[in-house]
Design a protein around this ligand. Sequence first.
Ligand code: UDP
Length: 328
Amino acid sequence: MNILVVGGAGYIGSHAVRVLIEAGHRVTVFDNLSRGHREAVPMGLLVEGELTDTQFVRETLERYEIEAVMHFAAFALVNESVNDPSLYYQNNVIATLSLLDAMRLAGVKKFVFSSTTATYGEPEIVPIRETTPQKPINPYGFTKLVIEQALADYSQAYGLGYAALRYFNAAGAHPDGSIGEDHDPESHLIPIVLQVALGQREQITVFGDDYQTPDGTCVRDYVHVNDLADAHLRALNRLEPGKGLCLNLGTGHGTSVREIINACRKVTGHPIPEEMGPRREGDPSELVADACLAKEVLGWEPKYTDVQSIVETAWRWHQSHPQGYATH
Ligand code: UDP
């Protein structure tokens, strides 16, 4: 298939590009490089542009005879979304609606969308099922939920076939170490802990140890980025006109902040000093997926089932790219 990967220069998108190419698809990447990295895109595949330029997106879809779109381009930091909601509604909602309009104009009817566990807010029952009420608690979660709703409506009215894949905590890097996570500033747990191991930070601050969890620190479901990419590939093959799939993508296993730090100590051999800090605002204590539906519908099962193997791939990337893409 000819596939447009929007946001293919970003963390998850760039891994999806690799998986799609390996599966024999013809990939074009559309990205404005505002947060993505040119170096993460294989030579010759990048089209630079803005999603809000509906006409240009339409032309791109037609020029490359695109049959399906995967949409990874979004801002995804909870704190930032609270401080600057306009940025999030513009980039995650307005730009996505423009992309969907361009697809309608070009007659492209297959769409895989990056959604998120943040659409669930603070669920009362864990593990989280797809039927768990979606009640976001921050603008980021709302922007993703707005698009899920738009997709359901567009699907009914215009025959769009779509999948909304609700990621839990994306982690790790391509096992060959050539692409990985590179955010500026970095706010995610595993990269920050590994920056301590690289000597770039003094210590890791644990955001609270008074949660109602076994060791008091927050529990998350860390899922390998290549497993996420694999789920996208499978979802693509299950799309049906006028129908939507909403699926959780997680391993079903929870890992605490403390367990992540210990896994990083084992993998790196570095003592990784830690200090205890206050809770980070808006952090639910436990977010773990019930991933049965993705298994049932897509036949998807994560290959990386323990966090140590996920951290090993991240460590390979960070060691070979201590400054991220900037060094290459
Ligand atoms: N975390 C932490 N210290 C940090 C960064 C993150 O203790 O410097 C915790 C955070 O409170 C959360 C978990 O690590 O419980 C994962 O956070 P991350 O930002 O990686 O992902 P999120 O769960 O916010 O999507």
